[in-house]
Design a binder for this molecule. Structure first.
Ligand code: FBP
Length: 549
C-alpha cells in the first residue's frame, strides 16, 4: 500500500496507555450493578449477566503467565476514527497475555460472523493499519445480530476456530446486541465471552463510566476545522449565509461541540427545541430574527449549524415519526411486500389527521424520505433528510414578507453543506489514537479476567493518558426498555444533550453574543506533532462535563 509522508510518520506513533495497563493487572470488583431503569424487566431478560459488578484494573504484584487466547473481532455500524487502533490494542493485549494468542477479524460487520467470512489478523496486517482512520482492515456493516439462529450459526465458526472471546466494536444498538449474545452464550455454556467497545462519532453512547465514545473527538475536530474555514470565507466575502448540517443521528452532541469550538452565529440544539416545544415555524422565525438583526448592522452573512436529527425533535414531526414507526412496525410482513407507491398509499390511508397534516406540510422530497427510507434497525435515515435546505428556503420566504428586513435593507443568499462522511474515517487525533488503543488493550485484559457481557471502560479522560482508569462495565447496567418497531425492547439508553449539563450551559450563555457579533474561531487542522496543548486536547464537551471532577 503506497503511503503519504504523514502516514509514514504517523505509523511510528506509539499510542499512550494508562499506566495500570503497562504491567500485570488484577481485576478488582466494585459493587453489584443495576440497570438504569426497568430493573425487573431487564433482570428477567438477562438472568445470567444482570447485576454483575463494575471492574477496575489495578497493578498486580505477582504477574501470572496467561494462556493463549483466540479472539474474534467485529466492527459494527458507521465508521469512527480510531477503530484500527482498538484492533491493534486488542492484538497487542492478547499477545501480551501469551505470544501464541490469535486474532480473527470477521468481515463486513456482524454479517461476517453469521456467514463465516473472516481473516486472521497477523502482525504484518496490523502494522499496516496502526494509527490510521477508517474501518477497511476488515470492513463494517449494519447487520443486526439478534436472532437465535444467527447466534448458533456464529457459534459454529467460533468453535471451528477455537475462539474463546468475541469483541464487538459498535454503538448503542450493536452493544445492546453484544449483551444479548453474551447472555445467550452464557446460558448455553458455549464458552465464548463477549466484550463490547464504545464506538460512534455521534457521542451518544456515554454515561458516568463510559465518558465518551471513540471517534467523536476526531470527527468534531475535522468538522470544526472546515466550519472555521467556511466562517473565514464568510467573514471575507460578507455575502452568504451558510447552513451547515452536521451528522450525529438523534443527539446534537456533534453540533454543540462544533459550536463551542467555532462560535457560529446560530446553532440549533434538537433537545432544546423539543423541551421548548418549538414548531418548525418558531425555528424559522428564530433564525430570521437573527438574520434581520445582523442585516441591521450591515452584516448580510453568517453561519447556522443544524443537527442531523432535528426533524425528529420538532414536536409535530416527532408525533408523526412515532406513528409511522408504530404503523410500519406492526405491519412488517405486509409492508415488506409493498412497492413504494403502495407503501405511500398505505401510509396516507392510515395516519391520523394531525400527523397527515404535518406530513403534507413538508416538501414532497422530505415527506418521501420520512416515509420510505429506514435503516436495518428501523430508524429514519436522518442523514438523508435535507433539513439545511428546508430551513433556508423557509427563512427566505419569511424574510420576503418581513417589513423589518426590508427596513434594514437586508440581503439573504444561502449556501448549504452537510458534514458527516468527511470526518468519519479521518486519521484519529492523538486523543482518539490513545483512547482507542487503550480500549482494545483493556478489552484483552477483560478477556483474560474471564468476564462476559462487559464493555471496555477507560475513564478520567481529561487527565493525561497515564492517569486514565481502566476497567469494565456490565452492559446490562446501561439498559432500559424502549419501544422499537412496535415492540418493547431492552436497549442501551441513548445519551442526548443534557440541557442542564455544562457544555450546553456554556453555549447558552454565549449564543446571543455570537449571534449578533462576529466572534468566529478558526480551529485549524488536527495536529499530531507539537506541544500537548495543541495536539493532545480532548473535546470541549468532555472538558466541560468533567471540569469539576
Ligand atoms: P453509528 O451510530 O453506527 O456509529 O453511525 C453513526 C452515523 O455516522 C450517524 O451519525 C449517521 O446518521 C449514520 O451513521 C449514517 O450511516 P450510513 O452511512 O450507514 O447511512
Amino acid at each position: 500500500m503506497k503511503k503519504s509522508a504523514l502516514q509514514k510518520a504517523r505509523a511510528a506513533y506509539q499510542p499512550k496507555l494508562p499506566i495500570v495497563l503497562t504491567g500485570a493487572v488484577k481485576a478488582v470488583e466494585g459493587r453489584p450493578t443495576e440497570s438504569v431503569a426497568d430493573q425487573e424487566a431487564i433482570h428477567a431478560l438477562f438472568p445470567n449477566t444482570y447485576g454483575l459488578p463494575e471492574l477496575r484494573f489495578e497493578k498486580n504484584a505477582t504477574p501470572a503467565q496467561g494462556k493463549p487466547v483466540n479472539v474474534g473481532v467485529i466492527l459494527s455500524g458507521g465508521q469512527a476514527p480510531g477503530g484500527h487502533n482498538v484492533i491493534s490494542g486488542l492484538f497487542d493485549g492478547i499477545k501480551k497475555i501469551h505470544r501464541d494468542s490469535r486474532l480473527f477479524g470477521f468481515l463486513m460487520g456482524p454479517g461476517g460472523l453469521v456467514d463465516h467470512k473472516y481473516i486472521e489478523l497477523t502482525a504484518p496486517i496490523i502494522d499496516e493499519y496502526r494509527n490510521t482512520g477508517g474501518f477497511d482492515i476488515i470492513g463494517s456493516g449494519r447487520t443486526k445480530l439478534e436472532k437465535k439462529e444467527q447466534f448458533d450459526k456464529g457459534l459454529e465458526i467460533l468453535r471451528e476456530l477455537g475462539i474463546n472471546a468475541l469483541v464487538i466494536i459498535g454503538g448503542d444498538d450493536s452493544n445492546t446486541n453484544a449483551a444479548v449474545l453474551a447472555e445467550y452464550y452464557k446460558a448455553i455454556n458455549a464458552g465464548v465471552q463477549v466484550i463490547g467497545c464504545p464506538k460512534t462519532i455521534d457521542g451518544d453512547l456515554k454515561n458516568d463510566l463510559i465518558e465518551t465514545s471513540f471517534g467523536f473527538d476526531t470527527a468534531t475536530k475535522v468538522y470544526s476545522e472546515v466550519i472555521g474555514n467556511i466562517q473565514r470565507d464568510c467573514n471575507s466575502a460578507k455575502k452568504y449565509w451558510h447552513f451547515i448540517k452536521l451528522m450525529g443521528r438523534s443527539a446534537s452532541h456533534i453540533a454543540l461541540e462544533c459550536a463551542l469550538q467555532t462560535q457560529p452565529n446560530i446553532c440549533l440544539i434538537s433537545e432544546e427545541i423539543e423541551a421548548k416545544n418549538m414548531s418548525l415555524k418558531d425555528i424559522v422565525k428564530y433564525i430570521a430574527d437573527i438574520v434581520t438583526a445582523r442585516a441591521a448592522d450591515g452584516n448580510n452573512f453568517g453561519t447556522v449549524l443544524v443537527p442531523e436529527g432535528l426533524i425528529e425533535f420538532i414536536p409535530e414531526f416527532k408525533k408523526l415519526i412515532a406513528e409511522l414507526n408504530e404503523l410500519l412496525g406492526s405491519h412488517k410482513d405486509e409492508v415488506a411486500a409493498m412497492n413504494h407507491e403502495q407503501l405511500t398509499q398505505f401510509i396516507l390511508d392510515n395516519l391520523n389527521a394531525e400527523n397527515l397534516a404535518a406530513l403534507k406540510s413538508l416538501p414532497e422530497s422530505v415527506a418521501r424520505q420520512l416515509m420510505l427510507d429506514r435503516d436495518p434497525h428501523g430508524n429514519v435515515q436522518v442523514s438523508l433528510i435535507e433539513t439545511e435546505k428546508l430551513l433556508s428556503q423557509m427563512v427566505a420566504a419569511e424574510l420576503a414578507q418581513s417589513e423589518a428586513f426590508k427596513a434594514a435593507k437586508g440581503k439573504f443568499s444561502s449556501l448549504h453543506h452537510f458534514f458527516g462522511y468527511e470526518g468519519r474515517c479521518a486519521d484519529p487525533s492523538n486523543f482518539d489514537a490513545d483512547y482507542c488503543y487503550s480500549l482494545g488493550f483493556n478489552a484483552a485484559a477483560l478477556i483474560n479476567a474471564g468476564v462476559t457481557g462487559y464493555m471496555s471502560s477507560i475513564r478520567n479522560l481529561v487527565k493525561p493518558a497515564v492517569q486514565w482508569i481502566a476497567g469494565g462495565i456490565p452492559i446490562t447496567m446501561m439498559m432500559n426498555i424502549e419501544r422499537r418497531n412496535a415492540e418493547d425492547k431492552p436497549v442501551i439508553q441513548k445519551a442526548l444533550v443534557r440541557l442542564d449539563g455544562a457544555p450546553f450551559q456554556k453555549f447558552a450563555s454565549k449564543r446571543d453574543e455570537w449571534a449578533r457579533t462576529t466572534s468566529y474561531i478558526y480551529p485549524g487542522p488536527i495536529q499530531y506533532f507539537g506541544p500537548a496543548e495543541v495536539c493532545d486536547q480532548p473535546s470541549m464537551t468532555l472538558k466541560y462535563e468533567h471540569q469539576n471532577k
